[in-house]
Design a protein around this ligand. Structure first.
Ligand SMILES: *Cc1c(COP(=O)(O)O)cnc(C)c1O
Length: 229
């Protein structure tokens, strides 16, 4: 597990540099027609070491996103005082048997995409805040339920006492696909369901997400630089 804690820290990365890059992200939001005060920035620290998460907090970013259960667990259990107040969002594909280990760490479960996962979270973390992840383009190998199933899943989660904040989606991984229709469809669906949160847009497609009405962008590379493969 220490491999995650000791994971990479890009050369020259400082809290000041992250702060400057955060300001650039806010400028991108504004230039895309959004209000930087209204769009939250979730800093995605996956594949970076614990030190990068600490630098993000020192730069004023206190909502952090992680994709892998083991990696998040390792970082949270390292007991860094700097990370004590972090609001961790789980944004990756989630196996039901990993939920138990993440209870008490995760503040928002963003990648909830099937009933079995709703049931497990409701049982282990009653009343937890979740988002329903939607796979708007029905892309293969990607998390998220079809648009047609999101309403029923949200209703099921509400019935089981979960705090359903809204919807989350990941733009097309195929660079040839325009992300805008998917983002618009997810934003419209959130409106229809009366859900406020729309977590959509990453480093490569945040402008399209802002134009479509995102409430939270999830950015890693724009803040920390490229991830090592
Ligand atoms: C990695 C990841 C991000 C951040 O991607 P960047 O390209 O680094 O901005 C956001 N959301 C999810 C679900 C991710 O897996």
């Amino acid at each position: 597990m220490t491999e995650y804690v000791d994971g990479p820290v890009p050369d020259g990365l400082t809290a000041e540099l992250i702060h400057e890059r955060h300001l650039s992200v806010l400028q991108r939001i504004e230039e895309a027609g959004g209000d930087p005060e209204e769009v939250s920035v979730l800093a995605v620290t996956k594949a970076f070491g614990l030190r990068v998460a600490e630098l993000a907090v020192e730069a004023g970013l206190t909502s952090l996103g992680e994709n892998y259960a083991q990696e998040l667990e390792a970082k949270a259990r390292a007991q860094s005082p700097t990370l004590a107040e972090v609001d961790w969002h789980f944004i990756g594909r989630l196996q039901r048997n990993k939920v138990k280990k993440l209870v008490g760490i995760v503040g928002v479960w963003e990648s909830v995409d099937r009933q079995a996962l709703v049931d497990e979270i409701a049982r282990r973390d009653p009343g937890a805040r979740i988002l329903i992840q939607v796979n708007a383009e029905d892309e293969e190998g990607k998390g998220g339920c079809p648009i047609s199933e999101a309403g029923a899943l949200a209703a099921h989660a509400l019935e089981h006492g979960l705090d359903v904040g809204g919807l989350m989606t990941v733009g097309p991984t195929d660079q040839g696909i325009d992300p805008t229709p998917g983002f618009r469809a997810v934003a419209a669906l959130a409106g229809d369901l009366g859900l406020a949160e729309r977590s959509m847009g990453m480093t490569a497609d945040l402008e399209e997400a802002v134009a479509a009405g995102t409430t939270t962008i999830r950015v890693g590379r724009a803040l920390f630089g490229p991830r090592k493969k």
